[in-house]
Design a protein around this ligand. Sequence first.
Ligand code: CTP
Length: 413
Amino acid sequence: MNASRVVLGVSGGIAAYKACELLRRFSESGHEVTVVPTAAALHFVGEATWAALSGRPAATETWERVHEVPHVRIGQQADLVVVAPATADLLAKAAHGLADDLLTNTLLTARCPVVFAPAMHTEMWEHPATQENVATLRRRGAIVVEPAVGRLTGVDTGKGRLPDPAEIFALCRHVLRRGGLAPGAPERDLAGRHVVVSAGGTREPLDPVRFLGNRSSGKQGHALAATAVARGARVTLVAANTALPDPAGADVVRVGTALQLREAVLRAAEDADAVVMAAAVADFRPAEYATGKIKKVDGVEPAPIALVRNPDVLAEVSADRARDGQVVVGFAAETDDVLAHGRAKLARKGCDLLVVNEVGDGKAFGQDTNSAVLLGADGSEVHIADSPKEILADAIWDQVVARLPRAEPETGR
Ligand code: CTP
């Protein structure tokens, strides 16, 4: 990502302190960041902190340095505006085009991608007024990430936390990269779409301390979720035993076993435009679960482990599409004769697209890069040379978008 001009808007919520971490990440990666806090934000974090971390003055009102016409210039010159945290009040002002301070003026003059990372109490987030404002902003092309679930200010717990600043930064990086590809017209070609991504590897318990598992790290699935959020989608990430932080803006459903993953994927797929099965799902599970730890006994051979087949989730989703035109994508990890095995698997599973990875000798599992061939049921074949997993993720979404029926935009999200 080339250095860009970023405006960091900060509105008045306690999560303002987390925006310092976001600012540090932008600054350290060479971006020119102008911080525009609201007056309320300065109650939480003072001007001196923003100025010191960004290396530039932070202005709140349009009446400061008026000769530089900051209320117009800051927005016009930005490559990205990110508001973190975005309070219910700020979202309402943005949705209605109010312009009573520098941040709201900037939002009206910006022609670049705009990302809002809301943080507030669950009741405020769920209130129809806020939800309608969010829907309005999304319809106009802004990316409004779903808040994370967890501890809120005070004793409350629920949806409304600011996502991890590192994940907001990763999202902004995707948005800037996409914006860079198409100057002035960043593609949010998944706006109004709901996509489901499975990631990680299932664990099939044998007894309370042991399981059958696999080496999947979940990185490719997480990259798919993060890039889909950046392209405007509502994302459900079904994560099987991943140790990665939740991608900003995705709804994450955590699962353990193949059966749990099946249930979560089928439920989420009911209203999904696309389902991407990047998870490594165990084909077998132990036929019996021992409720007590299986003990070794001296002089006695251990009993063999009997296995039973797990359902094939990808084949099931492909055969029984919950929606007309739903696009289904599978993954295949092959060690040899990659294309022939891939074509056969594509036909067997009945999906629209199969992402075929060559694995073994340290390839793919746990790595940050991946090479793949994207095989289409229509006979297409796209080769992606060894690239970061997010580049492969975007290439997959390009293929998905090309296969989606024309948008019938969601209104509520
Ligand atoms: N998959 C699934 N349910 C399973 C097993 C796999 O949904 N029980 C999905 C994976 O998420 C992946 C694709 O199927 O998208 C390919 O999985 P893979 O294990 O390579 O395919 P198999 O049919 O098991 O083929 P083989 O064991 O012959 O390699």
